[in-house]
Design a protein around this ligand. Sequence first.
Ligand SMILES: Nc1nc2c([nH]c(=O)n2[C@H]2C[C@H](O)[C@@H](COP(=O)(O)OP(=O)(O)OP(=O)(O)O)O2)c(=O)[nH]1
Length: 128
Amino acid sequence: MDTIKVVCGIIYQDGKVFICRRRPGKHLEGYWEFPGGKVESNEDEKDSLSRELHEELEMEVEIKDYYATSNYSYESISIKLIAYHCELIQYSSKLTDHDKFEWVSPEDLLDWKLAPADIPLAKKLLNI
Ligand SMILES: Nc1nc2c([nH]c(=O)n2[C@H]2C[C@H](O)[C@@H](COP(=O)(O)OP(=O)(O)OP(=O)(O)O)O2)c(=O)[nH]1
């Protein structure tokens, strides 16, 4: 099975974390995720994350430390989901690939229907 490399941001503002819902028509529609996207070949992970956040959300962040990687096999594809901590610089509610966003307390993350690959990342934030 092919493995794709995906980078995502755990984006904080005032102690809350940003999640967004994949819009209808997308793979995993209706699931909530940490925003990001596929890393192109030879692309630096942080450059890729900045690019995806601009393209999908017109969001600007400061990318901080590497956080963790979650490897997950869906039916037709395996993904290596690489997460970085980020701090929000600027966002004005623009959505393209998603139909909703929320700022949530880390302890409430598991109440949301997260994409399966994201659940280990959310659990790690809670030390469980
Ligand atoms: N961006 C992001 N993608 C995730 C997360 N969790 C997870 O399983 N994924 C999956 C969904 C997608 O199959 C893939 C990310 O690709 P992408 O977000 O660039 O998707 P894309 O725009 O190319 O859309 P598509 O081709 O899948 O329709 O990884 C996550 O937290 N963030």
